[in-house]
Write a new protein. Structure first.
Length: 94
């Protein structure tokens, strides 16, 4: 049986500079068919136009930022069976 090829988008980010904690790495694996939906096209547009930020390291309870976080997580959860998201926390050895 011939396997069907799936086009994917893979995103990667790392936090922590030098000795800053926490030091984490995250990867998001999204099939192209999902990435090309209206929800994800909208997210991409908002990110490019700096109307949406996915770096929440300075979240302080600001209502607009809270709404962005809820919107992103709620939208992602509609598609949770279609993508993979992994995060690891590690300690840098010097």
């Amino acid at each position: 049986m011939k396997k069907k090829k799936v086009q994917v988008n893979l995103f990667f980010d790392e936090s922590g500079k030098k000795n800053d904690r926490p030091t984490i790495m995250g990867g998001l694996f999204i099939p192209q068919s999902l990435y090309n939906t209206d929800d994800f096209i909208n997210f991409s547009s908002q990110l490019r136009n700096k109307k949406l930020k996915l770096h929440w390291n300075r979240y302080s309870g600001y209502q607009y930022q809270k709404e962005n976080i809820i919107e992103v997580i709620s939208t992602l959860m509609k598609y949770y069976t279609m993508f993979k998201f992994n995060v690891i926390n590690y300690t840098k050895l010097l």
